[in-house]
Ligand binder design. Structure first.
Ligand code: MSP
Length: 480
């Protein structure tokens, strides 16, 4: 049986258009999916849209729309973003899909032993879709990260015995049966677990919030959106009976942002333990993208839409920047100046030139004939190791060592001087070595820059240089 690989993104709320943070997460998952496909594994890359809950109900009301219409519209926008980014999910789940609803209700039933009815008296943060414990609420009664005031709730709902699972979760994280990367995030979770987890509300009364999945056997309650959304990672595999579930669960890597790591490193593992099914192997927590050092927000007016970058610099440039220049293990900044410098410096001048020079020298000195070329003997171990640990930045840095090395090699060997010698054998050897390097670079870039890598491979296909009418990374005039 071939190896399997299952990677997921978080599923964004379908209440607003996507921003670059969503785009980065999709690209990361896509790189892993493409990398493992390239290694011969059977891969499922899962993504989707989170469509129930107060946030969507409220936005829809404000816009004078039905929640289902708003969610359908926004879900399409997210699906289009995947296409625009060349991101290739095998499954895109909408939490309003019948399949998700049916499976979520089956999960609820299987969680029965850990569920009890109680009364919630406290605060709710609609923007974050979170019940906020009293000891975290200050006088302003708002979350410092956004201006919307908390709602006061006093209602009957179902609770999940999260407190039962503190020790077991701590133990699986400690033993690395459940790996949380990077270390800073792992430590954060461990210190949260030290304080102990409290039981959480997992439903809302239907008369207060109708936009949710009905709790099986109780027509007065709908499921709390987070709990239902977390289930997507197995409902998309057709839990409990589905073939995909049998074959692909547990997930190899789940990718989420730092603001939602608690849900994924505490509540989700507890749910899985209560269901008695294995935990994902790895939870990878990425950081936040800031704009000129500031949080991106509509009120500051500094939100960059993915389409703006794509239109101006193209797809692979965007993939490159977010994977190489936003640190894989931390936060990172986007500025147009920096993007422009990276585009012209690293993509056009370093990679683009190397490819162009090799192709044009073979055209000029050997009438386009490449001949036999060696397979380079660079040790690619560090590249693979970086990818095993979701260090996209490190993996690309390593490929760039090869790109720079190739440019240095060309400068040192000076094929234009070798071409003047009567014996052309050394020239042939040098150019063949360059082709070997270029093709290895293209292969290693396949998961990251699929279009560019394909173009490079086409240029050097079948033993001779195919003329490529264009430049890999044409100059972009900017008004910066
Ligand atoms: N719907 C929930 C996820 C449910 S998963 C079962 C949600 N949606 S979200 O749209 O608010 O966020 C989706 C992802 O985008 C999260 O991983 C979040 O961390 C990420 N980002 C949101 N803002 C971001 C940045 N500025 N930078 C990078 N990622 C960011 O949470």
């Amino acid at each position: 049986m071939s190896k399997t690989f299952y990677v997921t993104t978080s599923i964004p709320y379908a209440n607003a258009v996507p921003h670059v943070g969503h785009a980065m997460e999709f690209i990361m998952a896509d790189v892993l999916a493409r990398y493992h496909r390239q290694q011969g594994a059977a891969v499922i890359y899962g993504s989707g849209s989170d469509e129930h809950g107060s946030k969507i109900a409220e936005t829809a009301e404000m816009l004078g729309k039905k929640p289902e219409d708003l969610a359908a519209e926004m879900s399409k926008v997210f699906q289009q973003l995947h296409k625009d980014l060349n991101s290739t999910p095998d499954i895109f789940i909408r939490t309003t899909d019948k399949k998700h609803i049916k499976s979520a209700q089956a999960i609820w039933k299987n969680l029965q032993k850990s569920i009890y009815k109680g009364k919630y008296e406290g605060w709710y943060d609609v923007k974050q879709e979170e019940f906020v414990p009293e000891n975290q609420v200050d006088k302003a009664r708002t979350n410092p990260n956004h201006p919307q005031a908390y709602q006061r709730l006093s209602e009957e709902n179902y609770f999940f015995k999260l407190s039962d699972f503190t020790d077991r979760i701590k133990q699986v994280i400690d033993s690395e049966e459940f790996v949380v990367v990077p270390l800073t995030r792992r430590n954060e979770i461990l210190s949260l677990l030290k304080e102990g987890l409290e039981d959480i509300s997992i439903s809302r009364p239907k008369d207060k919030l109708a936009w949710g999945i009905p709790v099986p056997g109780d027509t007065t309650q709908v499921m709390y959106v987070w709990v239902e959304a977390l289930m997507n990672y197995i409902t998309m595999l057709d839990y409990p009976e589905g073939e995909n579930f049998q074959k692909f669960w547990p997930a190899n890597v789940q990718i989420v942002g730092k603001d939602i790591s608690r849900f994924h490193a505490a509540i989700w593992p507890a749910m899985l333990m209560a269901l008695d099914i294995p935990l994902p192997k790895q939870l990878y927590v990425h950081g936040f993208i800031t704009m000129n050092g500031e949080k991106m927000s509509k009120s500051i007016g500094n939100v960059v839409a993915p389409a703006e970058i794509l239109d101006k610099y193209g797809l692979d440039a965007m993939r490159y920047y977010f994977l190489r220049h936003i640190p894989s293990y931390g936060d990172g900044d986007f500025t147009w100046e920096r993007f422009d410098a990276v585009y012209h410096g690293e993509l056009a001048n370093e990679l683009g030139n190397a490819v162009q020079r090799v192709a044009s020298m073979i055209n000029r000195y050997q009438q386009g004939v490449i001949g036999e070329y060696p397979h380079p003997d660079h040790d690619t171990g560090p590249y693979h190791e970086a990818l095993e640990n979701q260090q996209f930045d490190k993996a690309l840095e390593w490929v760039w060592e090869l790109v720079r090395g190739l440019n240095v090699f060309i400068e040192q060997e000076k094929p234009w001087q070798l071409a003047k010698k009567p014996d052309q054998s050394h020239l042939r050897e040098v150019l063949a070595a360059c082709v070997g390097d270029v093709l290895q670079i293209a292969e290693l870039l396949t998961p990251f820059l699929p279009q560019t890598s394909e173009t490079i491979q086409k240029i050097f296909k079948d033993g001779y240089v195919h003329n490529y009418s264009g430049v890999l990374f044409p100059r972009v005039e900017s008004e910066l």
